[in-house]
Design a binder for this molecule. Structure first.
Ligand SMILES: NC(=O)c1ccc[n+]([C@@H]2O[C@H](COP(=O)([O-])OP(=O)(O)OC[C@H]3O[C@@H](n4cnc5c(N)ncnc54)[C@H](OP(=O)(O)O)[C@@H]3O)[C@@H](O)[C@H]2O)c1
Length: 395
């Protein structure tokens, strides 16, 4: 394993810098001591204005937007700054592949897969928020990290918590891993409310402030399903050793139960700066100025089993993980397509899981041999999901 803390100042890149995780990462870098970090590249989708403002503030060398149509705006915003700018997929990959000590991989969705692989190719540390890349191409991502001697650190709060509670333990002594879930905005909602849920209701997360896609995934609990798959990829356990517990206070982020009966948990406020800072400082801890947990004020922590009837996405994700081959890629792509349609008011909330299930049934469990197969299957599953969603809209 590489210790990414050896070089000073450390060069870092943020993929998805204008998003929720990207903004929290920027906040940590901006709060750090002068000269501790230098920013090589910031990458966004199309928010040229937000990206340029970040790049100017932090003195990035390069700013890249994926959408070529946003290039003119980015160039205009950066005029006179001396900051290099570029646009398009090739430019995103070139920026991701620039050698740095630490990369935050926080592009949303399978769009983050190739940039994450490019970031792994230079053998630095990659802090992985982009769970979808591990879901759709887990073996490829893990093999790339190994081949290039790169270090992959989990940023998802649950996986970061589990990583902390595992602390290099003997895998044969791990009985189970518990991934907690807030339960989202519909935890106690009647199914009739969920049937007519609007995007505004679905993205209103009770505990976390996040991007729109992951907020909807939290509301359907597909997020927890993706996290079960992510955990199976990252940690030395079988799917049957991964338990999901609904914990509405979002205080305990993850737990590991050992053979001696010990249950080790990581607790923290529902604020992504803690797991991000853990990955940024690792193997040391960083001081982060933010409100601390007040357990006396919190009073009680509660846990309950998830309701697989109102939240079928969790069952679908486990089935896809058990099926293996291309099934997790299909699950992820169909979910991304369905969530985008729901956010565009073209699909009902409960239809998201139905479309994912039907797409999985249509496409079966095809073999995936390498990145090209994953990209092709991802595109096919999106197209099938869109067709199935269209049929539901007409019905
Ligand atoms: N938010 C959380 O608390 C949280 C927690 C755990 C894990 N995660 C994971 O972290 C990832 C990011 O989540 P988020 O909530 O930060 O999402 P978000 O707020 O929607 O931000 C997404 C970021 O990706 C950029 N982007 C979108 N498409 C792109 C493309 N094709 N190429 C390059 N950049 C692109 C966006 O740029 P524009 O702004 O220009 O669109 C934005 O910077 C997701 O995989 C999510 O599951 C998030």
């Amino acid at each position: 394993m590489m210790d990414g803390t050896s070089a000073s100042p450390r060069r870092v890149t943020i993929l998805g810098s204008t998003g929720s995780i990207g903004t929290s990462t920027m906040a940590l870098l901006e709060a750090a001591a002068p000269g501790e970090f230098v920013v090589e590249a910031l990458v966004a989708g199309r928010d040229a204005k937000g990206l340029a403002a970040q790049a100017r503030r932090i003195g990035a060398r390069l700013a890249v937007v994926a959408d070529p149509a946003a290039y003119a705006a980015l160039k205009a915003e950066l005029a006179g700054s001396g900051i290099e700018c570029a646009a398009g997929e090739a430019a995103v990959l070139e920026a991701s592949a620039r050698p740095v000590e630490w990369t935050m991989a926080a592009i949303v969705g399978a769009a983050g897969l190739k940039p994450t692989l490019a970031a792994l190719s230079h053998g630095g540390t990659v802090a992985l928020a982009n769970k979808e890349s591990l879901v759709c191409a887990g073996p490829i991502v893990l093999e790339a990290a190994k081949r290039h001697g790169a270090l992959l650190l989990p940023v998802d709060s649950e996986h970061n918590a589990i990583f902390q509670a595992l602390d290099g333990s003997d895998p044969s002594l791990i009985e189970k891993i518990i991934i907690t879930a807030s339960g989202g905005p519909f935890r106690t909602a009647d199914i009739s409310v969920m049937r007519s849920a609007t995007p505004e209701m679905a993205v209103k997360h009770p505990m976390w402030s996040m991007g729109a896609k992951i907020s909807v995934d939290s509301a359907t609990m597909m997020n927890k399903g993706l996290e079960v798959i992510e955990a199976e990829r990252l940690f030395p356990v079988h799917e049957s050793q991964l338990e999901v517990l609904v914990h509405p206070q979002s205080t305990v982020h993850g737990m590991v139960q050992y053979a001696d009966g010990s249950l080790l948990a990581q607790l923290g406020a529902p604020d992504m700066r803690t797991p991000i800072s853990h990955a940024l400082g690792w193997p040391k801890r960083m001081a982060v100025a933010m409100p601390r947990l007040d357990l006396a004020k919190l009073g009680s922590l509660t846990f309950e089993a998830p309701d697989l009837v109102r939240f079928p996405a969790l069952r679908l994700a486990r089935e896809a993980l058990r099926a293996g081959r291309g099934a997790p890629c299909i699950l992820n792509a169909a979910n991304e397509a369905a969530v985008a349609l729901f956010l565009g008011r073209k699909l009902g909330f409960l239809d998201i899981a139905t479309v994912v299930e039907e797409t999985l049934q249509r496409l079966g469990e095809p073999a995936v041999d390498g990145l090209d197969d994953v990209i092709a299957l991802d595109a096919e599953a999106r197209a099938v999901a869109q067709r199935l969603a269209g049929l539901r809209a007409l019905a």
